[in-house]
Design a protein around this ligand. Structure first.
Ligand code: PLP
Ligand code: ALO
Length: 350
């Protein structure tokens, strides 16, 4: 970032700090020793709280990051000779450096287009029926991202339609829930309504983007897929010895309700930013703002000028453009500063 200015962070929800609720539980967990490798009371409580929250007796595992969560979950859902159908902008395709293929020992990702970053039943079926010969990696899993990489969400009806297509072709359904909380907030839907009730077999639920330092929860609603999964985590270096420092902050999010209020705030900030940007001449929104990220087209000179002013944002996500991501701690003041700077740099001729 070519700037002497103080950096200002809207590149990702990954740049935010630890929210107070998570920090409180982290400090409480630090008051005493406890058993290692997930045998502690915090991890047991967090897993039980997830089962209460989802109203389902699911299997729960904790890993350090989202790439591990997706890669290991997918490795448990199909075999090495299978394929995973995902959107062409899916994180597992674009930003996990071959992790899903590596941990599944070779399962191939088959990508499908779709408006607003979303898979469609038709796109799925086109890949499933494309070929049936022995040389084609047999589709076995559908992976969708909720909220999507471009800040949109799947409605319940869209999820049910995808589940129906998966049933038609004996496919399992994985959900990359890096921003699952944002989808619940956006749709005013319960976790159950957006997962097992629409046929999701496994959810990777990000805590990192929801106010934790790190820590992702993997929930298996199809518990057969979770057989020996803890061994997969251990072999991948994802079994934390002091697991309580991952699970206790999660418990803070769940027991305080901050998992949802953090997402509601982030979404509200994104809506505020989206409305402000759209009011500026020459700024066009690339996707509907339905969760906590805003994608806009900006001229190259404006992008460079904003970065020189200390703004951090990505231009390589999704279909390009500038992506601004709001988090649990994003403020209106910060967004007003950005809006003023965007206006200023756009007023300057290239
Ligand atoms: C949609 C999506 N899925 C998965 C991940 C993976 O997370 P991590 O960077 O923790 O591996 C990210 C990262 O932010 C993401 O945006
Ligand atoms: C850069 C990377 O895609 C990360 N998952 C993010 O959304 O910020």
């Amino acid at each position: 970032m070519p700037s002497e200015c103080t950096p200002r962070f809207l590149a990702s929800d990954n740049t935010s700090g630890i929210c107070p609720e998570a920090m409180q539980y982290l400090l409480e967990a630090n008051q005493a020793d406890d058993l290692a490798y997930g045998n502690d009371r915090w991890t047991a409580r967090a897993a039980d709280r997830f089962r209460e929250m989802f109203d389902y007796d699911c299997d729960v595992f904790f890993v350090f990051n989202g790439t591990a969560a997706n890669s290991l979950a997918l490795s448990a859902m199909g075999r090495s000779y299978h394929s995973v159908i995902c959107h062409e902008l899916a994180h597992i395709e674009t930003d996990e450096c071959g992790g899903p293929e590596f941990f599944s020992n070779g399962a191939k990702l088959l990508t499908s287009p779709g408006a607003n970053g979303k898979l469609t039943p038709q796109g799925i079926e086109a890949l499933v029926t494309k070929r049936s010969d022995i040389h084609y990696p047999k589709p076995k899993v559908v992976s969708l991202t909720q909220a999507t990489e471009v800040g949109t969400v799947y409605s319940r009806e869209e999820l049910l339609a995808i589940r129906a297509m998966a049933d038609k072709h004996d496919l399992r359904l994985h959900m990359d829930g890096a921003r699952f909380a944002n989808a619940c907030a956006s749709l005013n839907a319960s976790p159950a309504e957006l997962t097992w009730q629409v046929g999701v077999d496994a959810l990777c639920f990000s805590g990192t983007k929801n106010g934790l330092a790190f820590g992702e929860a993997i929930l298996f609603f199809n518990r057969e897929l979770a057989e020996d999964f803890s061994y997969r985590c251990k072999q991948a270096g994802q079994l934390a010895s002091k697991m309580r420092y991952v699970s206790a902050p999660w418990l803070g999010l769940l027991e305080s309700g901050a998992w949802l209020t953090n997402a509601e705030h982030a979404n509200a900030m994104a809506r505020y930013l989206s409305e402000g940007l759209q009011a500026l001449p020459g700024v066009s929104l690339m996707f509907p703002t339905q969760a906590n990220s805003v994608f806009v087209e900006l001229p190259p000179h404006a992008i460079e000028a904003l970065k020189a002013k200390g703004w951090t944002f990505y231009t390589f996500i999704g279909a390009g453009g500038a992506r601004f991501v709001c988090a649990w701690n994003t403020t209106v003041e910060l967004l007003d500063q950005l809006l003023a700077d965007v206006k200023a740099v756009l007023d300057v001729r290239a």
